[in-house]
Design a binder for this molecule. Structure first.
Ligand SMILES: C[S@@+](CC[C@H](N)C(=O)[O-])C[C@H]1O[C@@H](n2cnc3c(N)ncnc32)[C@H](O)[C@@H]1O
Length: 215
């Protein structure tokens, strides 16, 4: 659910920088060829992620939840030529679309796709001593959000930014009876609130975005 009235959202979109032609093409392609286009982060969030990567001067970005590559492409556009973005997903179908569009983009060479469950990939990175990331964007299996946060804390550099999408979950975080996904998101939000190593703000952009900085 989007909390912002449609007309206001449209006004914000109109008065923000527009997506590239390729991002617009990917948006349209995802709507025409997938069953769940609502999973796209969309132009406002994409633009916001682009801004975070730009202003933080990030060179290394990690994303959990590629889908058709929309948010990855927004962030890759903000990376310098020697920047690197690793994105992972479990769905070959989704990622096959992402690959087509990364190949068409001048920023595609900055992006590496890893197939497999995000938690396993993060654990492997921790064990192999992967270089720290400047930005980590988590937009996948909600029930595992608390675990993604714990692992991301080990992989993010000091001063780095973590972003978790859908952290208001259409308002279901307020429910007393919560399913596994809602519990995952609510626990994440409480865990972040109580974690002394981070600063955070839970933004009410679209379905909620947790912006977390390791201090
Ligand atoms: C909301 S979509 C991501 C949207 C994407 N960030 C964008 O803006 O276009 C969530 C994606 O997470 C993937 N996913 C689900 N469980 C996963 C897991 N355990 N590890 C990695 N990806 C997973 C799904 O296949 C889906 O493509």
């Amino acid at each position: 659910m989007n909390f912002i009235p449609k007309e206001i959202e449209n006004y914000a979109l109109k008065r923000s920088k527009k997506p590239s032609a390729l991002l617009d093409e990917l948006w349209a392609y995802t709507h025409a060829h997938t069953d769940a286009p609502q999973m796209l982060t969309g132009p406002l969030e994409g633009n916001f992620l682009h801004m975070l990567v730009s202003i933080s001067g990030a060179k290394r970005v990690l994303e959990i939840g590629t889908f058709t590559g929309y948010s990855a492409l927004w962030m890759a556009q903000a990376l310098p030529a020697d920047g690197k973005l690793i994105t992972c997903d479990v769905s070959e179908n989704n990622v096959s679309i992402a690959k087509q569009f990364f190949e068409k983009s001048e920023h595609g060479s900055k992006i590496t796709i890893q197939m497999g469950p995000g938690l396993k990939i993060l654990q492997k990175m921790i064990e192999s001593g992967e270089d720290p990331f400047d930005v980590i964007f988590v937009d996948a299996d909600k029930e595992n959000y608390p675990r993604y946060f714990q692992k991301s804390l080990e992989l993010i550099k000091n001063g780095g930014l973590m972003v978790f999408d859908n952290t208001l979950w259409s308002g279901r975080v307020l429910d007393e009876e919560q399913d596994a996904e809602t519990k995952g998101i609510d626990r994440l939000n409480i865990m972040i609130e109580n974690e002394k190593r981070v600063q955070n703000v839970l933004l009410t952009i679209r379905d909620g975005m947790q912006l977390v900085r390791k201090v």
